[in-house]
Design a protein around this ligand. Structure first.
Ligand SMILES: NC(=O)c1ccc[n+]([C@@H]2O[C@H](COP(=O)([O-])OP(=O)(O)OC[C@H]3O[C@@H](n4cnc5c(N)ncnc54)[C@H](OP(=O)(O)O)[C@@H]3O)[C@@H](O)[C@H]2O)c1
Length: 317
């Protein structure tokens, strides 16, 4: 298979590209070449790197044609954020490729109804990002089912891995929260700490993409949650991390309106986005149809990532 991955040097690509190479794919990675994967791997030597700025190419209506000219059998689109962008690519690739995999997000769901949320839950997304991703999902699945365009949509949770700071137990990305827990200092949680977050290790996301490729029959025309086996409550997450640091958890709670004034606007915005969604997604469909079996539970993924931050970025220094 000649496989083009658009945006292959990020969180997921760091793990997916080596897996593709090891599985015998001829891999072409499209990016602006502003960055490299989070971890080096010998497999990258076998990867052809193509420099394209998608936004600029789309402005000139050239992006789809540029991808088609790479003559892929498979296209993995990691960085599509609008339906217009998806349509442009699909129109260029229709009839030309065997499999198209789009990276979505669990933000296609609004507030949960019955948890863990299944893929069949009626979409009521909120926020521009989730609304656009839900529109892309609906568009791609319709194209697959009505026109035979071979699309699969994979929806990761909060992606975690060594090299970047994971979503913390207050629902934002401020590394100070981990520091406080490590020092046994008090951490304030919004409300009663029972809202949820749902992480996934980047390598498990990569596994799901490989499994979708390996199960073409059951993955085309379908979307799948790609998360760890279970979501965490903020409170449980904070307590478990404190234990991991060898400290008692000193937690306090404040109603949202007060809590948000205790942190920066950026952190408050991130926390609100996460607790308003409070994701708790089921992986049973991916397990059943793709054979997806995540290697990491949420805490294991986060702890590996925090350990990396301690060892390499002086998180506790
Ligand atoms: N992060 C999360 O927690 C999370 C959760 C759920 C879903 N997702 C979904 O995951 C996808 C992103 O995957 P990721 O987190 O692995 O990616 P990422 O870490 O954000 O990396 C982005 C990749 O795209 C390339 N890129 C960015 N802008 C580009 C442009 N204009 N033209 C060409 N290449 C460009 C980057 O390389 P250059 O910078 O060198 O171009 C890099 O290879 C998105 O669809 C997002 O909705 C993410």
């Amino acid at each position: 298979m000649r496989t083009v991955i658009i945006g292959g040097t990020g969180h997921v690509g760091t793990y997916l590209v080596p897996r593709l190479v090891e599985a015998g794919h001829e891999v072409i990675c499209v990016s602006r070449q502003l960055r490299e994967a989070y971890q080096s791997h010998p497999a990258w030597q076998a990867v052809t790197q193509v420099q394209i700025d998608r936004s600029l190419a789309e402005e000139k209506n050239l992006f789809g044609e540029q991808i088609r000219e790479l003559k892929p059998d498979v296209v993995i689109d990691m960085i599509c954020f609008t339906q217009a962008s998806a349509m442009h690519l699909v129109n260029a690739l229709r009839g030309q490729i065997q499999h198209f995999l789009h990276c979505g997000t669990i933000w296609v769901h609004g507030p949960s109804v019955e948890v863990p949320t299944k893929e069949t839950q009626i979409r009521k997304p909120f926020g521009e990002y989730g609304v656009n991703k839900a529109a892309i999902e609906a568009y791609l699945l319709k194209e697959a089912r009505l026109s035979g365009f071979p699309a699969t949509v994979l929806h990761p949770g909060h992606i975690v891995g060594p090299g970047w700071v994971p979503l913390n137990p207050t629902g934002n990305f401020n590394p100070e929260v981990f520091k406080k827990l490590a020092k046994g200092e008090k951490v304030l949680l919004p409300n009663i700490g029972m809202e949820t977050v749902h992480h996934v290790h980047a390598d498990d996301v990569a596994q799901a993409f490989m499994q979708a490729l390996n199960h073409w029959n059951s993955s085309v025309g379908e979307s799948f949650h790609v998360v760890s086996p279970a979501a965490l409550t903020l409170r449980g997450y904070a307590e478990a991390m404190a234990v991991w640091f060898g400290q008692p958890a000193r937690l306090d709670y404040l109603a949202w309106e007060e809590w948000k004034t205790t942190v920066s606007e950026e952190d408050a915005t991130a926390t609100w986005d996460h607790i308003a969604h409070s994701p708790n997604c089921s992986i049973s469909k991916a397990q059943r149809l793709l054979g997806y079996e995540p290697r990491y539970r949420s805490l294991e993924a986060v702890q590996e990532s925090v350990k990396w931050q301690i060892d390499n970025n002086g998180l506790l220094g």
